[in-house]
Ligand binder design. Structure first.
Ligand SMILES: [Zn+2]
Length: 115
């Protein structure tokens, strides 16, 4: 009788641990690896456009000095062919997913940031 009781406790504890693991693991991994990584394009601190870093696409946006091209490819993005006097924004090059690197274009008041 005493042994059976211990066995029940053991099984109950095992079930509880398995249940916690079952629900906790997807929750923890979901937080670490966001399914959708968005990049926000800001003009003078106002969001003007948002794009998904995992969707390969070209965007052209109007900026103060003309146009800015944004290329998204293989979960990376860059700006090119920008009407910008200093071209510092283009020199940043490709920005990887989950990077904290900002693409800043001061002459056009544009910032690209992952959110
Ligand atoms: Zn620039």
């Amino acid at each position: 009788m005493q042994n059976k009781y211990k066995e029940y406790i053991f099984i109950a504890a095992l079930v509880i641990i398995l249940l916690i693991a079952y629900f906790a693991i997807p929750y923890l991994t979901a937080n670490k690896f966001k399914e959708v990584q968005l990049v926000e394009v800001r003009y003078k601190d106002q969001e003007i456009m948002t794009f998904d870093i995992d969707i390969d696409k070209h965007y052209v946006i109007e900026v103060d000095n003309g146009l800015m091209h944004i290329e998204v490819k293989n979960s990376r993005y860059r700006v090119y062919d920008v009407d910008c006097p200093d071209k510092i924004c283009e020199k940043v090059g490709w920005v990887e997913k989950n990077s904290s690197t900002l693409i800043v274009c001061l002459p056009n008041n544009i910032v690209l940031v992952q959110i």
